[in-house]
Design a binder for this molecule. Structure first.
Ligand code: PLP
Length: 380
């Protein structure tokens, strides 16, 4: 297949290479001062007290649940319209994911459905800010407060988002982020969490590195001292090389978001006039992080559209097919088709179009022309 329009292209370059070179000249490749510098800058960007850099968003969510003492016998309410990592993290913590349906216009978890799914075993809500649109965190906070629940945010798609004045991490116990290869902020693989809770941060810091009381950076700074293993932890610590790649990008996030918004508007202008295609809604008083540009089309046309676009050199992906319909989660959780009709319908209709800052404007025309051609062909 000849690719005319790639789905995504990163913009890492000389600044990041220079930052990596600096780490190579120093003594510590693993978690050290550069990670600390990134954590401070990331917490400041989001206006939170603490950030902890880890190896993935999946790991961050897993640790957050453990630090909140959520495990076997507990239920965590979440959405089936997400990447499988959301449910995997809950299962890795030993708890049970309980899915509820989503809002038909945004695909985000429906706060009313959350309230209806609460049982005596419910310990937390795990909302996902799908595509970069923050969930209605004020509504979710109210539900959580009424029932004494924790909130852990899956903010893999949403670093830059603001809704009703609320940023990720502002109304939750912990918000978790992904720096996976295609994310708005990336180091190939990586993640972070933010929290205002200093006690929780200390548990999370231990969980991040085998429950050890000293790290390699401590040894470098203070000389060797005997350390202890206090709890069973994991190996989720970010290294200085990953942090070096992230720091220069933080400064570019604002400019890149302006470009993402401009590209989204161009797509909206071209595609908004097609009455057979739905563009997910953006509520008022929202800064959308614009991680992805998805459209929802007729279920009967979706797979044909993917193939037709591919034949025309346009790469797409699907974010997401509803995850309760995957083989493993079906078997593990026992949900049947039809359990979450809105999420299932979005999952049958979703297609994400090429979208990344710096994407040439004429690519949008190539993509939209191809979308219209494939639809016309299907009708004829
Ligand atoms: C919604 C969502 N949650 C969680 C994750 C997992 O992130 P990571 O790959 O950093 O573990 C992803 C990654 O693509 C995601 O899109």
């Amino acid at each position: 297949m000849t690719i005319r329009v790639p789905f995504y292209r990163h913009d890492l370059g000389e600044r990041e290479l220079g930052a990596i070179a600096e780490v190579f000249r120093g003594p510590i490749l693993t978690t050290g001062d550069v990670v600390t510098e990134f954590e401070k800058a990331f917490a400041a960007y989001l206006g939170r007290r603490h950030a902890l850099a880890v190896t993935s968003c999946t790991g961050a969510m897993h640790m957050a649940l453990l630090a909140l003492n959520i495990g076997p016998g507990d239920e965590v309410i979440t959405t089936p319209m997400t990447f499988i990592a959301t449910a995997a993290a809950i299962l890795e913590a030993g708890a049970k994911p309980v899915f509820v349906d989503v809002e038909p216009d945004t695909g985000n978890i429906d706060a009313k459905a959350v309230e209806a799914a609460i049982t005596p075993r419910t310990k937390a809500i795990l909302p996902v800010h799908l595509y970069g649109l923050l969930c209605d965190m004020r509504a979710l906070r109210k539900v959580a407060d009424a029932h004494g629940l924790a909130i852990v945010e899956d903010s893999a798609h949403c670093v830059e988002g603001i809704r009703d004045g609320v940023r990720p991490g502002a109304l939750s116990d912990v918000a978790c982020f992904s720096f996976y290869a295609t994310k708005n902020l990336t180091c190939g693989e990586g993640g972070a969490l933010v929290t205002d809770n200093s006690e929780l941060l200390e548990s999370l810091r231990m969980l991040r590195l085998h429950g050890m009381t000293k790290s390699a950076a401590d040894r470098h700074r203070e000389g060797y001292q005997h350390w202890d293993m206090k709890i069973l932890g994991w190996k989720y610590n970010m290294d200085n090389i990953q942090a070096a790649i992230l720091i220069p990008q933080l400064q570019r996030l604002v400019v890149k978001l302006v470009d993402r918004e401009r590209l989204a508007r161009r797509y909206n202008e071209r595609l908004g006039r097609l009455n057979w295609l739905q563009i997910p809604a953006v509520p008022k008083d929202t800064v959308h992080a614009r991680h992805l540009y998805p459209v929802w089309i007729d279920a009967a046309l979706r797979d044909r559209m993917i193939k037709g676009l591919q034949e025309r050199g346009v790469q797409t992906v699907v974010n997401y097919r509803a995850i309760h319909q995957t083989s493993y989660l079906r078997q593990e959780l026992g949900y049947k088709d039809g359990a979450f009709p809105i999420a299932e319908s979005i999952g049958d209709r979703a297609i994400s179009l090429p979208f990344y800052p710096g994407m040439p404007d004429d690519y949008i025309d190539i993509v939209c022309d191809a979308v219209e051609q494939v639809a016309a062909e299907a009708r004829s």
